[in-house]
Design a protein around this ligand. Structure first.
Ligand SMILES: *Cc1c(COP(=O)(O)O)cnc(C)c1O
Length: 417
């Protein structure tokens, strides 16, 4: 994995060049589209600070990245400059971070992990329908009970059968016996095609679903299936902290991946990424989008090119080496929390390559959890877990303060007993 870091000036020049390659509403070069620059009373384009703020400048230039720009045919030439940046961004994510061979992955900047997950499910549903004559009720979606709720949202929208797989409570791994039982039940219901969603990592625990044991069981059952990786949480940390990771396009059974930049990469909301091997986007081509050059393939339709630019800027600002360093620092801080919890004899779950610590709720008084805004596994009834996510702003100081309070509570309890 390698891409070079650029300095601020170089980043600025690249974005400026891209914006200039776009046709400009401001110069009156575009009269046919219903889009335009942002209202000039509210967003004045001549503000001097914009020269040093390429993201804001792009936001105000308002390029529309509707469609998918990694496909061979032409998208709208009006925004070809900034679309080229999106294309380069998709290449870095697919080829450097997720190890795809050159030019073998399509993708686009989606509104977030939810949209990217829905896009994957939509594509595979249509694929099974078109290639196998499947009916929606013959398609099942397999995922662990720790999976993000966007997957059940997708099942609801696309009218697919959700098939929950329980997890082993000690390590949050998928319960393979439950998977086998699910496949038996599915056969009885006439469910023959499967969309398998595996997590890199789950939002609550930071657990990473193993690929091979799941694929093996599906193969043994002669199941027809496609595997999607939900790396909305882990996509910008796990590949950097675990160089041995097989959760990428080198694994022949992985077809698509979702990533959120607005989590670990700390970009503004609206910055998800959808990646899929070439040959699949056309299953959701909308033939009725005749007025869009290059048609549309996305759930969201119109979307701001500034979102692609800001993800690209972040990646270029750090370079691959800078990003590895930054993510390692988060892991060190998470290790520190786990070491203290070990000393205190508090039970927790943690994947060593991720920055999430899920602590057994019985160890944490709820006032303490509330004071530090820990997140519960459920707010519907008594939580079983409280989690800490060690993000950039979660300093050693605040972690120490929390751990010291936890220790004091434990000591007081021990004295009473
Ligand atoms: C956050 C998250 C999502 C949803 O992402 P949004 O950006 O909120 O749409 C999906 N899956 C996982 C694992 C996540 O952590």
């Amino acid at each position: 994995m390698y891409w070079k870091a650029l300095n601020r000036k170089e980043i600025n020049q690249n974005v400026e060049y891209a914006l200039q390659q776009n046709a400009s509403y401001a110069k009156g070069e575009v009269i046919g589209t219903p889009a335009t620059y942002l209202d000039q009373k509210e967003f004045y384009p001549d503000a001097s600070f914009l020269d040093d703020a390429p993201f804001l400048k792009s936001l105000i230039a308002n390029p529309n990245h509707i469609g998918c720009h990694t496909l061979d045919h032409q998208s709208s030439p009006i925004f070809k400059g900034t679309q080229a940046i999106e294309k380069e961004l998709i290449e870095i994510c697919a080829e450097e971070i997720f190890k795809a061979p050159r030019n073998e992955v399509d993708g686009y900047v989606a509104t977030g992990g939810t949209e990217a997950n829905l896009e994957a499910m939509w594509i595979y549903r249509n694929y099974f329908m078109r290639e196998y004559g499947a009916k929606a009720d013959q398609i099942g979606v397999l995922f662990s009970e720790d999976t993000h709720y966007s997957i059940t949202k997708g099942c609801d929208l696309l009218q697919l059968n959700p098939l929950f797989v329980t997890v082993n409570p000690e390590d949050r791994s998928m319960n393979l016996n439950c998977l086998k039982a699910n496949l038996k039940d599915a056969a009885k219901l006439g469910i023959k095609y499967f969309i398998v969603v595996l997590n890199v990592s789950t939002t609550m625990f930071g657990s990473v679903d193993e690929i091979d044991p799941v694929v093996k069981i599906l193969d043994q059952n002669q199941a027809v299936f496609k595997v999607h990786l939900d790396a909305a949480f882990g996509g910008f940390i796990y590949p950097f902290t675990n160089p041995e990771s097989r959760h990428n396009f080198e694994h022949p059974r992985i077809s698509s991946i979702s990533i959120d930049a607005h989590k670990m990469l700390q970009t503004p909301y609206g910055t998800g990424l959808f990646l899929i091997r070439k040959g699949y986007m056309h299953y959701v081509a909308n033939e009725f989008a005749q007025y869009v050059p290059g048609l549309d393939y996305t759930l969201c339709g119109s979307r701001s090119g500034a979102n692609a630019i800001v993800i690209w800027m972040l990646l270029k600002n750090y370079g691959s080496e800078g990003w590895v360093k930054k993510m390692k620092e988060l892991i060190n801080r998470t290790d520190f929390v786990c070491e203290r919890l070990n000393e205190l004899g508090v039970e927790y779950f943690r994947n060593p390559h991720l920055n999430i610590v899920a602590i057994k709720a019985n160890a944490i008084p709820s006032e303490l959890a509330k004071k530090y805004e820990l997140v519960a596994d459920t707010y519907q009834h008594m939580p079983s877990w409280w989690k800490i996510v060690v993000m950039d702003h979660v300093s050693y100081e605040i972690l120490e303060a929390f751990l010291n309070e936890l220790e004091a509570i434990k000591t007081a309890k021990a004295n009473v007993a």
